[in-house]
Design a protein around this ligand. Sequence first.
Ligand code: PEP
Ligand code: MG
Length: 902
Amino acid sequence: MAAQETVDHKYVYDFAEGNKDLKDLLGGKGANLAEMTNLGLPVPPGFTITTEACKAYLDTGREPDGLAGQIETHLESLEREMGRKLGDPQDPLLVSVRSGAKFSMPGMMETVLNVGLNDRSVVGLSAQAGGNDRFAWDSYRRLIQMFGKTVCEVPGEEFEHALDEAKRAKGTTNDLDLDAGDLRGLVDAYKKIFLKHTGREFPQEPREQLDLAIRAVFESWNAERAVLYRRQERIPADLGTAVNVVSMVFGNLGPDSGTGVAFTRDPGSGAQGIYGDYLANAQGEDVVAGIRNTVPLQELERLDKKSYEQLLDFMARLEGHYKDLCDIEFTIERGKLWMLQTRVGKRTAAAAFVIAGQLVDEGLIDLDEALHRVNGAQLAQLMFPRFQLDHELQPVAKGIGASPGAASGKVVFTSARAVELAAEGEAVILVRRETNPDDLNGMIAAKGILTSRGGKTSHAAVVARGMGKTCVSGADELDVNIPAKKFTVGEHVVNEGDIVSIDGTTGKVYLGEVPSMPSEVVQYFEGSLDPEHIDNALVRAVHRIMTHADATRRLAVRTNADTGADAARARRFGAEGIGLCRTEHMFLGDRRELVERLILARTDGERADALAALLPLQRADFIEIFREMDGLPVTVRLIDPPLHEFLPPLEQLAVNVAVAQERGEDVAKEEALLAAVRRMHEENPMLGLRGVRLGLVIPGLFAMQVRAITEAAVAVTRDGAVAKPEIMVPLVGAVQELETVRAEAEKIIAEVVGDSGVEVLIGTMIEVPRAALTAGQIAEAAQFFSFGTNDLTQMGWGFSRDDVEGAFFWRYLELGIFGISPFESIDRDGVGRLVRIAAEEGRAARPELKLGVCGEHGGDPDSVHFFHEVGLDYVSCSPFRVPVARLEAGRAAVETDGSDSR
Ligand code: PEP
Ligand code: MG
C-alpha cells in the first residue's frame, strides 16, 4: 500500500504533513488542523482527503484511482497511533468525517460523527466509556440519524419524530431523561426508518460507513444550499471541498466533559478579551445548532480551571501565530482539552477595522497589512444608519446582538414568505426559533433576522455576520409559533405582517418602526466627530486606516455630483473633484418650460431666445458647484439624453389634448408639443439622438452650455476662488464629432476667458465601443478621457441597461454566465478590455492624457482594483461611495499580488 502511494497522485495528507498555507488543497479546516498539529497543540489525530480528490469525484462520478488505497494506508497508521481499530467490537476507534472547503461555508456541507459504530462496537464503546451504556447507545443513534440524513437522504424529520415519540413515552421533553434502554429502543426505531427509506439495513461494516460518508461529503459540495451560499458569497463553484477524517473525542461523557467555541477577541465589536460559549456534557453540534443554551466561556474557569487556563494559553499562541482574530472549537473529554478547529475568524465590519487597528498597535502587523484586512463592503456597511438613541420606544425583548446594524420591517415566519414579500419590495424581518441552512434563501431576502434561541455562534448569528445582515439571536422572551404565524412576547401578540425593529448591536427588539440616525463613521466623514478627541475605537480605527489608504493610493477619487449640496458633501467625504456633473438634471423642474420652448422653436430667433433664457440659470448652477469645489477639477458633461425625455409622455399628452379639445379649450400649445413628441419618437432612444449627436444637430445648445461653464469659472475666479473646469462631450464615437464640438467650444472659451487666467480643458467620455477602439485618434482631440462604463457595458454587451437586470439576469447568474451583474462590477474580460485598449492607445497618442472613470463602476470595490491595474488617474462615484473608493484604491495599491482578503 505504502509503495502505491508514491506512484499515485497524492490525495490524502496526515495532519502532520499539511500546513495553514495549503487551504486550496486541504480546505481551511484541514490546513488549520495541520497547522495546530505542527504547533504542538492537542489535535485529535486524523487525515485530510484533498479538494482534488473531491473535484475528480465530482467530474467523473467515482473516486479517483488510488484514493481507496491511500485512505487505507492512512487509516492503518491512524489506528496504530490510537492503538485501536476502526469499529473494533472490543475497543473501537471512531472517527468523524467532516467537510472543509477553502472558504468557510458554515453549516452548508455535511458532517458525520461516530463512524465505526455498529451493533457490536456499541458494546465496546460502552466499555471504553467506563460502562456508560447510555452514552454508547446515544452515540449510535446519533450516527444512524446523521448517516441516514446525510449519506442516504432519509428525511431528518422522521428521526426527530421518533425521538419525540421516545420522550413522550417517557413523559419528558428532555433528551437527557432517556436512559440506555430507551436509546437502545430508539436505535431499533431508527434502523427501521433507515430500512424503510433506503431498502437496505444500516451498514454494519465500518469501512463501508467511512467510504459512504466521504462520498456524501464530496457530493454535499453541490447541494442546493451550498450552491446558493457560494453564489451569495461569491465563492467560486469549482473549488471542491476537502474531507477531514478525525478520531472522535467526546464532550458528552459526563460533567467533566463539554464542548465550546471561543474567539480571541469579540467578533462583534473587536474588543480585546475572551469571548465564547461553553456547553457541558455535550457534543459540538449541540452548540452550533443552538439547541441548548450555552454558558459564557468564562464559566469554564469555575468548572475546569486547568482546561480553562490551557485554553487561554492556546488562544494566545494561536493569535500570535496567525496575527489575527482566531475562532476556535474545542472539546473537553473527561478533563482533557482537545482542539477541534481554528481559523481566522469571521467578524463584523466594525470589528474588522477595530482589530486591524489594535494589531498595528500591538506590533503584530503593519499599516499596509491593516489596510489589506478591511474592505470597502465593510466600510459601506458601517455607513448604514443606526437607530436613534433618543427614540421613545421601549424594547419588548432583548436577545444577543449577533450581527450589528438596525433593521425594521414586516415580520415573516418562513423563508418562502420572506422571499415572496421581499420580491414585492417589502422590508421583512425573518423570525424563527432558530435558523438552519434551509433558511438561507429567506435570510438573504430579509433585512434582518430574529431568533428566540441560540448564541453568538448559532447558525443564524454566523451566517448573518458573514452576510453583513442585522441579526438578533436568542431573544428567549419570544414565544415563536411558526404554524400559527405569530409570536408572543409579554402581553403582546405579533402576527405576520406587523412591523418590528431589531438592533443587532444591542440585541434589543422593538414593536413598530424605530427612527434611525446616521452612523458614527458617516459623522466622522462629515467632519462632526474628531477622531483625535473622541473615545470611540471604531472611529479612530477608520481614521487611521483611511489616512493610510489616502497616503498609499495612486488613484484619485472624485465624485459624481450635480448640485452644490452634493458637491459639498462629497468633498467632506474626501472627493478630490467632480468627475461627472450631469447637466441634464439642471433642465428639470420649472426649467422644463424653457426646454419645451427650445424644442418647439420654429425659427433661429426663437431657439436663441430659449437658450438665452437658460444661460443665466446654467451659469448660476455652475457657480455654486465651482465654489464648493474651489481649487479642485470639475468635469461638466454637456447634455446627454434625448431632448424628448424632457417632454411629457406621449400617452399622457394625447389624453390631455383629447380631453381639452372635448371641453373646447385652446390646445394649440399642447398640440404642438404632441406633434413634437411624435416627431421625435425613437424606437431605440439609447442609441438615438443623444449626446454629441444632439449637440451637432441643435444649433447653439452646446455653445450655450460651454459659455455658461466658462462664464461661471471666470466669475468664481474673479471672486478669489479657483475654478478648474473640464468640459466633457458625451457619446463620442468618432474623432470628427469631437473635433467639430471642440472647434466651436474653443472659440467661445477664448472669448469668455479673456485675461482671467482660467484654463478650460476639453475632453470626452469613452462610452461607445467605437470610441474605445479608435482611442488613439480621439486622443488627438481630447485632453482627457472619462470612461462611461454604464453605456460601455450597455453597448459592449448589447444589454439595454434599463431592462435586462430585472428581465433575465437571474438566469444568467443561475447559469454562471457571470457571477455578478456587469453593470455592478466591471466585466474585466470584455468591457474591461475596451477600457484597457483605450487607455493604452489614448496614452500612446497623448502621454499627458488624463484618464478617469465615471460610470457606476467607479465606486465598486472590485472594479476600483481593475482601474488601478489599468493605470487610470482617478475614479468618480456617488458621494456616499467616495470613502469606499478611497479605501479600495489604497488596498489596490498595497495588494500587488492581487489576492483578495475574504
Ligand atoms: C456612463 O454611461 O457610464 C455614464 C457615466 O453616463 P450616464 O450614466 O449618464 O449615461
Ligand atoms: Mg453614458
